[in-house]
Write a protein that binds this ligand. Structure first.
Ligand SMILES: Cc1cc2nc3c(=O)[nH]c(=O)nc-3n(C[C@H](O)[C@H](O)[C@H](O)COP(=O)(O)OP(=O)(O)OC[C@H]3O[C@@H](n4cnc5c(N)ncnc54)[C@H](O)[C@@H]3O)c2cc1C
Length: 370
């Protein structure tokens, strides 16, 4: 059985950043990812600028791909009333197809070993040997001193670890398209509809991301996605216009379900959980990717700065709680301001009548530049 210093399970932003940071600083890293780059993911593809300095300083900012700089925010109610404001920090738009592939190449260049098209089935911590045993879908196994769980919102590994959120069903679905349309290039918009909200912002090459969090129950009721979009999303005139007057690039949308916002633990069974595996912030905050990047960095630092396992876990847990616990909680509360007629009107009027209050709420969902 081959032994590695660190095995990272999952190669989204959290896993790729942690792998890059550890390998660049001399650690032996194997990253196991069930898919193969490049590939599309359901994601709004708006990244908060809090990560920009870090990415630039590590030569990981994807300037050559041409991200779109986003500085303004538009919110519409289900009836179509609208409010605009400047974003206090802003962000950039880039597709995950391009960004994850770019970071994969950067990680490979600093020595990270990748095992793609491979799924981890089970992780066990051997307390006597103080090492992990990792079982793969292909029947073989590895051992490691450290394991980072970067497997996203929901994974087979969560099931084998019997994590508590796996016992709850989620009422949400996520749907993503890439489109060509006429929309302001520097604005991210959130359009309300009954039971959910839909974001739009430009990514690279003049393409726009159109992504929504909708209701599983409505999908069941209307039978299929086009019918649900027609009957539910099109009630908002802005969305009707976007759906009817845009060129849709994908043959069919990317769709996911089981999107669970319940609190999770940042360390479980001695595995440092990073990105969504430690907790998913509600998408309207546009912050999950920044959190994934930041947690990847913090987990790598905890391993690099401490020798003792309990000191690593203590440092990572303390940093995770400090930076993210409140943000995830605020995100769950702010989601109440979306997805129904009355509250969506209230949210629009909040921005119109008290931009200061709206900015304060927005500030609480994102972190400081790091
Ligand atoms: C509808 C929606 C819209 C969103 N919009 C935005 C937005 O605009 N801005 C923003 O910042 N955030 C947004 N988010 C959140 C953001 O997408 C996530 O927070 C982010 O992708 C988390 O990155 P990650 O690395 O933790 O996980 P992921 O990117 O999900 O990566 C996890 C990886 O692990 C792999 N994997 C899983 N299980 C295994 C296994 N057993 N073995 C091997 N590999 C495995 C998967 O294949 C995957 O590649 C949105 C989320 C949703 C649902």
């Amino acid at each position: 059985m081959h032994h590695y210093q660190t095995i990272i399970i999952g190669g989204g932003l959290a896993g790729l950043i942690a792998a890059h940071q550890l390998s660049k600083n001399g650690k032996e890293v194997l990253l196991i990812e069930k898919k193969s780059y490049p590939f599309h993911r359901v994601c709004g593809e708006y990244i908060s600028n809090e990560v920009k300095n870090f990415l630039i300083s590590e030569d990981l900012y994807p300037d050559e791909i041409g991200p779109t700089q986003i500085t303004k925010f538009l919110l519409t109610s289900i009836k179509g009333n609208e409010a605009k404001m400047d974003l206090d920090l802003g962000g950039f738009g880039i597709s995950r197809h391009a960004l994850d592939f770019f970071l994969y190449q950067k990680a490979e260049a600093v020595g990270v070993k990748f095992l793609l098209h491979t799924q981890v089935e089970e992780v066990k911590f051997d307390a006597r040997e103080t090492k992990f045993l990792i079982k793969l879908d292909k029947g073989n196994s590895f051992s490691a001193d450290h394991v980072l769980g970067a497997f996203g919102k929901r994974s087979k590994v969560d099931k084998t670890l019997n994590r508590s959120f796996m016992h709850q069903r989620s009422p949400f679905i996520g749907v993503k398209y890439h489109i060509i349309t006429a929309f302001d290039t520097n604005t991210v918009a959130l359009h309300n509809f009954e039971g959910g909200y839909c974001g739009i912002n430009q990514v690279e090459n003049g393409i726009f991301n159109l992504c929504y969090l909708g209701s599983k129950e409505q999908l069941r009721h209307y039978g299929n996605i086009p019918e649900m979009e027609k009957e539910v999303l099109h009630k908002n005139p802005h969305l009707k216009n976007l759906f009817q007057n845009s060129e849709f690039i994908f043959e069919k949308p990317e769709v996911i379900n089981e999107i669970n916002f319940s609190p999770k633990k940042p360390v479980e069974n001695h595995i440092l959980m990073i990105g969504d595996a430690a907790g998913l912030i509600t998408p309207l905050c546009g912050n999950g990717m920044a959190i994934a990047i930041h947690t990847g960095k913090l987990a790598a630092e905890a391993i690099l700065q401490n020798k003792d396992r309990s000191a690593i876990e203590k440092q990572y847990t303390s940093h995770w709680n400090h930076f993210f616990k409140t943000r995830l909680w605020v995100g769950r509360k702010v989601q109440w301001l979306f997805g129904s007629k009355a509250v969506s009107e209230f949210s629009v009027s909040l921005i119109k009548n008290s931009t200061f209050a709206a900015t304060q709420i927005m500030k609480k969902t994102h972190g400081d530049v790091f």
